[in-house]
Design a protein around this ligand. Sequence first.
Ligand code: SF4
Length: 135
Amino acid sequence: MDYKNVLTTCVYCGAGCGLYLQVLDGKVVGVLPCKTHPISEGKLCVKGWNAHGFIYHEDRLTKPLIKADGGFREATWDEALGLVASKLTEVKEKHGPDAIGFLASAKCTNEDNYVFQKFARAVIGTNNVDHCARL
Ligand code: SF4
């Protein structure tokens, strides 16, 4: 079979292991470690090797959802991000920046988490930043 191996970074934690997603007919069908990756050097933990079934799982969220009328309704990214921005602005103006807290995720890359804390400190103006890996 004619697999295409696409080099990427594992999505499960901030260690940043390198792997190849094996793609067949436009779909991810497997994972191979990247032996020359400077961080993981060809090693992956059990999640990196095996836990990619979520990609096509029927429960996966593929569009933003906004709470409405006791449930959720689908929204565009512009609408959802606009709502988040307006709510953050509202809370900041009413109660000050320290009324807002930011919880980052170990499932993001270090670069994502860096930008996240930068947004909290430089844009919102709070040092209320924590990370789920400390729990
Ligand atoms: S979940 Fe495992 S394979 Fe993935 S980055 Fe973390 S340690 Fe590496």
